[in-house]
Write a protein that binds this ligand. Sequence first.
Ligand code: 3PY
Ligand code: ZN
Length: 620
Amino acid sequence: FLQAVLEDPGFAAGDLSTSFIDERPELLRARVSKDRGTKILNWLADVTVNKPNGVPITLLNPAEKLPKLDLSIPAPAGSRQRLQLLGPAGFAAELRAQTALAVTDTTFRDAHQSLLATRVRTRDLVAVAPYVARMTPELLSIEAWGGATYDVALRFLGEDPWERLAALRAALPNINVQMLLRGRNTVGYTPYPTEVTDAFVREASDTGVDIFRIFDALNDVSQMRPAIDAVLGTGTSIAEVALCYTGDLLDPAEDLYTLDYYLRLAEQIVDTGAHIIAIKDMAGLLRPAAAEKLVGALRERFALPVHVHTHDTPGGQLATLLAAARAGADAVDVASAPMAGTTSQPSASSLVAALAHTERDTGISLKAVCDLEPYWEDVRRVYHPFESGLRAPTGRVYSHEIPGGQLSNLRTQAVALGLADDFELIEDMYAAANQILGRVPKVTPSSKVVGDLALYLAAVRADPEDFAANPGNYDVPDSVIGFMAGELGDLPGGWPEPFRSKVLAGRSIHIGVTELTAPEREALDGDSLTRRSMLNQLLFPGPTRQFEQIRELFGDLSVVDTVDYLNGLQQGIEHSVEIDKGVRLYVGLEAIGEADDKGMRTVMTTLNGQLRPVFVRDRG
Ligand code: 3PY
Ligand code: ZN
């Protein structure tokens, strides 16, 4: 069972439920009306019957908390216009020369990936984007795409990730849009052929990505090379290349992840022609004094600007950002306060306030940042079913080193495995798995391998020492076997022996990317729509099918408010959906019938005043 769970792609994304369509076979058999209103009604009726039990409905409309602002006045020129004027190299040089600390807002991507299982819908991002564009035009960038957002859009949200990018681009004409690109894995979990990386980067750049933050989970620069070259090849987008930070470089006992290690890595990054160096601290391990040392050394040795990213898991990572700023860091990442802290980034308002009236003043209005907070606070309340439950910082991260996004996921998975009250066991097993696998930097997808092993060790209550000595006696997770075979590349500290040889003994494992077929290549070279559709299929075949089926059955659900999308209909409330400018559906709930012997219920609804029965299978 465990192996099946570990292999379930939904597991990686933090969800153990089986796929949407598999759960609803009757939907495919039903003859579905092509009528848009009927499709949306079908969705609302289905959610009404099948929403998770016990989740209180929050009748909130975050849009009411948007600041009062005249959106007919265009957004002022910002970082994007500077990039267009100066080009990527000129823009990077200006960033390096400026005194103000530049700021990236991660609320649109990493913050909700790390707090709300990446579930924030395009609708809720696009609603606030024009306000961010007008109120905080000084931002260096808005991280809004990539990472897990692509997978989750297709798998869980019934959304096309490319449509999200295009919509955000349009709503943010003046601020650079930034994405997180997992090197050769693009936005997936395994390496793809260079043609896929090339097509992905070209399409993303054309659709609206200005800054690509590129990383490799094992800090192997050769693995990032195709992505870096593709970004440099656009001529217009910025290649920000990350070194993934782990351990503690100030620890005298550290013999692998030392200052020297990071400087050698940075040298290779600079040699690729990258425009910006990023320090990517996935777990919040970068302590203030270490940040000062690392940033100072990077800026002294290289001419590139340095951009610092951290997660606030242990609390107090604002101190790291301030220490980095003191040492000359050019840019840092923060998130809107209600979407900040713990596994997310430090808070934007605390950073802006800390530096106001100092030499490194960000130039961003503290009032503007604070005025945007009520909206995000209500968004977070609407998405509360996806909260991981980590209520406070944790110092235990210094020993288990679980990245922010994964820590929240693992907590959800622990509940599913019946280990909700034993999360410390999973943390301890994660630390043990990290040692067994050779102390790797832990970030997607290497973090998933360590997590798989931790969950396995916890589930079978293994003694990690016995497992390390005798892996042949255990049902080693497939991802661990692949990892030891070199599926994700070589490890910075070399292979853990004799563990690796024991795991691989008697197995012949094929590693290497699957070459594309001629029609696949042709599609990647086709027009934009063909390329996007082929990329979706190549990167996420299952979720793409699911997305297409949801679109076919329920139409474009982006028009449905998130409260209704998540919770469905409530008696006594008129729900309204604007399906086109000025065209509204008014939907009500009259009654829900008893389930028949096949589990079908009749949901009696009203659609624009007309009674409409909808037949829904109760999967409860
Ligand atoms: C991702 O790859 O999604 C990450 O956020 C890594 O930190
Ligand atoms: Zn992050």
